[in-house]
Design a protein around this ligand. Structure first.
Ligand code: GMT
Length: 377
């Protein structure tokens, strides 16, 4: 099939999922066209059937804000027409689903049809989408998509609570390429370059937005470190990074906490990790936790949003109430108290990720594309 993928090209989970999906579809022989403002960060190559079309914005003195939706929908029309796209799969409702609806209307005028599949990822619903500034347009574009998917049952429930949804929402879990992690698992992990044999390694990966509660990450680590010598790797960039660094200094633990910035080598970093910390205010899914689990890491997280669908309490890690730093530290310590217990959690975490494997999820998306393309409506 000829498929257009629209996403944010950043390190955020929705962009990562969209990129991995596009690459996997191209591997299976589909023609895939990414349409976005920059080359997606995880799209490190382009091939004969994997293309990138950049949405460019024109400066004009009158514009305080440049109209990205207009440029995006115009680019969608151009690419659909030129490459005979059958489906536009938009990731993150704002503004992608709205722009896709507009593109579809413009194409209709030209006698061309394209189906729009919208995948809801989380903050497009929970934090931004339901704000009165955007709500009517988000609700409209969800209801006017041909197919709507959500990345967890929790996100589906939240969407139906927050919006007046007339469309069926299908739940399709996020996925990972488990083979990539299996390969990384077999390679030698140079753990000694970061920590001494008796030390434990904690990792947090995020965009350091307030929703990620990065100060909680530092506080949990601080509690654990009182009992067990440990290191903390903080991966990512974002508005809360400075606060987290300040707290690390205040707690006098700078020598054991490393802020490594954005990284395309997360798989390698995760191979060093014993425990992944994700104390988010909410997560529709928690792709970062799933990636950590695939690398064989136990997860200490909150029990918010879709996290209980990914991290199984007492099996792959533990779930705690939002902000309960003591409980999260206690749970981490209980995993780390014996090598055997840690090894069991790690093994369970890895095994559980098979449920979210690319081989299982990819055919579900392909099925959706085929059936919606064939449908007349
Ligand atoms: O977590 C973020 O702030 C980034 C955001 C995104 O859109 O990239 O992530 C959301 O989508 C991911 C992929 O589906 C999910 O794994 C994350 O849980 C979700 N984030 C939130 O719900 C906060």
């Amino acid at each position: 099939m000829n498929i257009g993928i629209v996403c944010y090209p950043t390190f955020g989970g929705s962009g990562v999922v969209a990129t991995q999906l596009g690459i996997a579809l191209a591997d299976k022989g589909h023609n895939v066209h990414f349409i976005t403002y920059n080359q997606p960060v995880r799209l490190d190559f382009i091939s004969h059937n994997l293309h990138f079309h950049q949405v460019l914005l024109e400066e004009y003195p009158l514009f305080q804000y440049q109209p990205y939706e207009l440029a995006l929908s115009s680019k969608m029309v151009e690419v659909v027409e030129k490459y005979q796209l059958e489906v536009l799969h938009v990731h993150y409702a704002i503004p992608h689903a709205y722009a896709a609806f507009m593109a579809k209307q413009m194409l209709k005028e030209k006698g061309l049809g394209v189906k729009v599949v919208t995948t809801l990822h989380g903050t497009d619903i929970t934090l931004v989408g339901s704000h009165p500034t955007y709500k009517p347009a988000v609700e409209f574009s969800i209801n006017n998509s041909d197919v709507v998917t959500a990345v967890s049952n929790s996100l589906k429930e939240t969407t139906t609570k927050l919006f007046n949804i007339t469309k069926e929402i299908k739940v399709i879990y996020n996925f990972i390429d488990t083979q990539k992690y299996d390969k990384a698992h077999k390679e030698e992990c140079k753990r000694f370059s970061l920590a001494k044999p008796h030390e434990r390694i904690f990792t947090h990966v995020s965009n350091f937005r307030p929703v990620k509660r990065v100060e909680d990450v530092v506080r949990i680590f601080h509690e654990v470190r009182k009992e067990i010598p440990s290191k903390l790797l903080m991966i990512g960039e974002g508005p809360e990074r400075a606060k987290a660094e300040k707290l690390v200094k205040e707690l006098n633990i700078s020598e054991d906490v490393f802020f490594l910035g954005n990284s395309t080598e997360v798989t390698k970093i995760l191979c060093y990790t014993d425990i992944f910390l994700l104390p988010s205010q909410t997560e529709s899914f928690g792709l970062a936790a799933l990636e950590a689990m695939a690398a064989g890491t136990a997860v200490i997280s909150t029990n918010t949003g879709g996290l209980p669908e990914v991290n199984i309490d007492g099996v792959t890690g533990y779930l705690s109430d939002l902000g309960d730093i003591q409980d999260m530290a206690k749970n981490a310590l209980s995993i780390l108290k014996e090598d055997k217990i840690l090894a069991t959690f790690k093994q369970h975490a890895r095994a559980h990720t098979k449920k979210f494997s690319l081989e299982n999820i990819l055919p579900v998306y392909e099925g959706i594309y085929t059936s919606c393309y064939k449908s007349k409506v």
